[in-house]
Design a protein around this ligand. Structure first.
Ligand code: MN
Length: 374
């Protein structure tokens, strides 16, 4: 949604590399949200897992740089990858890494699982923000392997945590305060397994723009062999332009209680009845306001429809309200999205719902490839 976009200079790109036949990485640049996912499980699985993860993240992204909320969105992405496999998308056992950052001025929230990384260039110095969930990283931390040895270790691509298998998967989530002019990098291991941090640092220091940086990083990884898919997202922080992320309008409030004077005249029995009704009303209101804040996309008569609320009904009452019927044909979308739309894709509010609609629209207008993928 345009209201969510700040004026952050940023760029993202993904490259298949020189050895692999397909690209299983996926990324999104949708300010203030940025993310990289590296799919696992081979062709027809890894790229589906990474796509589901990124789309679900996008649909559940918080309004602010809030690590807890971003962590919840990553857990929702994990559930969606597991459900996707159960529903016959991709292959069972498919998985993906996910490294997501949300930027609010100079505040950065990061949520991370796997061996894709986030780095920050601050005053010309590169710092790795995330800790890899990988076998070799564990060995380096334990002191049984050097950083240099980890680059050539036969099990260097074995990751110890990924989306798609454990419903109770742990997410590393944290916030940090960066500075104006800092440069954030998110990348898949196709970059970091090919070139040293010193080379990454040099490119980030000297590239005049985020776009120049992503181009040079990918070229450097390919020059070094391009053994894996390479995905890079670079964002320049501008402290002077905090991202405007308006909160959704507050749900309507509970009606004020009856005026005092009248209440005094009520017999006790009526007062008790009123209390019972009030308790039920409050419970109902809680459910209702929860549903009001939710949204979902669903295939309806061949096109994508947007609903506020939740699919189905609660105590016999449906809690959904048609918001918009788009002209986006479901069969013009990629098969994964089309299949998920049959049962509905739930998102955390209307803003992310329309954000997804915008990506679907670009997808049907320009090509059969999803817009968030290279
Ligand atoms: Mn990879």
């Amino acid at each position: 949604m345009s209201a969510r976009k700040g004026a952050l200079p940023y760029a993202g790109a993904s490259d298949v590399g020189l050895v692999r036949s397909g690209n299983e990485d996926f990324y999104v640049v949708n300010p203030p949200l940025f993310a990289v996912a590296d799919g696992l499980g081979g062709h027809q699985a890894g790229e589906i897992a990474s796509q589901i993860a990124i789309e679900t993240l996008l649909g559940n992204s918080p309004a602010r740089a809030d690590a807890k909320a971003l962590g919840r969105a990553v857990r929702a992405a994990n559930a969606a990858v597991i459900e996707g496999a159960q529903a016959g998308l991709g292959r069972s056992g498919m998985g993906t890494t996910l490294t997501a950052a949300m930027i609010d001025g100079t505040r950065i929230a990061v949520a991370h699982v796997g061996d894709s990384r986030a780095y920050l260039l601050h005053l010309g110095e590169l710092t790795q923000l995330t800790a890899d969930h990988s076998m070799v990283a564990d060995m380096v931390r334990a002191g049984t392997l050097s950083e240099a040895e980890s680059r050539v270790h036969p099990n260097r691509s074995v990751i110890t945590r990924a989306l798609g298998s454990d419903p109770n998967m742990l997410v590393d989530a944290f916030e940090l305060e960066a500075a104006p002019g800092d440069r954030l990098l998110l990348c898949s291991d196709g970059l970091t397994s090919m070139i040293e941090d010193a080379a990454i640092e040099e490119i980030l220091q000297t590239a005049p723009s985020p776009n120049a940086a992503v181009v040079r990083l990918i070229a450097a990884a390919n020059d070094a062999g391009g053994q894996d898919n390479i995905t890079t997202v670079v964002v320049d922080l501008e402290g002077s332009s905090p991202v405007a992320a308006p909160r959704p309008a507050p749900a309507q409030r509970v009606a004020p209680s009856a005026p005092r004077e009248r209440a005094r005249r009520w017999p006790a029995r009526v007062a008790w009845l009123f209390a019972a009704v009030a308790i039920i009303a409050v419970a109902w209101y809680a459910t209702y306001s929860y549903a009001q804040a939710q949204a979902y996309l669903i295939a309806e008569e061949g096109v994508v429809a947007v609903y506020r609320g939740v699919p189905g009904s609660f105590a016999g009452v449906s809690l959904n309200w048609l918001e918009s019927v788009t002209d986006i044909p479901v069969d013009g979308l990629d098969p994964v999205t089309a299949a998920r739309l049959q049962t509905g894709i739930r998102v955390d509010g209307l803003a992310p719902a329309f954000s997804l609609v915008a990506t679907y629209r670009l997808q049907t207008e320009h090509s059969s490839e999803p817009t968030t993928t290279p």
